[in-house]
Design a protein around this ligand. Sequence first.
Ligand SMILES: [Zn+2]
Length: 352
Amino acid sequence: MAASKKREIDLRDFPPGTVTEFTTLVCLACIFDIFTKQLGLAARTAFSEIKRHTPTTEELTSRSATRPYFDSDEKHPHCPYCGSAKRWLARFDTYCIEGGKTTDAARRALIKRLPKAGDQFIVVEKKSDSRAVLFEWLDTLGVNLDLTDESWLLDVTRNYLSRREPRINWEELFEEVRAIRRSNRLTEGWERDGIRLFLAFDLYGEAILIQYLVSRSHTHGGLTLEGRLTLMELIRRLRYVGYLDRIGIIEREPGEVFEKLIDHLAATRDWSRVAVNTASGSDRVKEVRTGSGSDRVSQKKTSKRSSKARKSKTAALPEPDENISEPVKLYYLIDRRDFLEKSKSVYASYAA
Ligand SMILES: [Zn+2]
């Protein structure tokens, strides 16, 4: 049926990683049931109410959907609540676009191109904060990882470094890297030696913290380059490498230290920012490895093209007390076309 075929939205103008797509199915039999039986509306009234209905962004994006919403990867899904088959099911496609300089123009252009009539598309704006964005980022990262394969430690570290130093082509660099080590020599930055990547204490500390955060929900404790760690062990290691001192965490109680670590991590990096690859990998490597004054200047210059807030976040290594907690704007673009079409045909069968 042509109507149920997915009509793609062109997202080519958005930098990679700035748009997250969600699909949620809704059972129209359930929704009509709610409106007619539970709310006691006549079928016709129910239909006009349903047409106006848009789920909340939580309902559209959460992983544990509740009636009448559900998620399914099956080719011929059935409603888990009432067993209804495909023709009773409609889908909502939701595109969550991170606001910012790199996406604003593309987002406006996209919304302008979309059909306006009958609320086929709805845009919902939401403010998020850096902590929520960090956890979303960790969440997305965790979903795509295969924790049974040890190479995930490299993948997570690469993803983390891409956020930390977005202008470097980590993808290319990691093609050769097989091991990550803590450097005893570097005070900042990183260095590659053949298949080994050496990280300065700060980078290494954050890398294992990220690994811990990504894997702790899957297993007892967290898995890191240092093996499986409990929270206590993680904190002990971060203290040992001087990371806690450097970012000014003086608390001793593990829970408090953990909260401070999360706040620091969330606030001093822009987890919503996207890699801006402006130069070739080899140039980048040279630039960061030397870490001299002039390189710093060039980094600042590049980041100036982004927002003011990003400027400070792009600085090679943050000052100990640097704290940039800033709201991030998210735009949820909700494609209601399938929902509108299906409700119409379902209503027709009700009315018949
Ligand atoms: Zn149902």
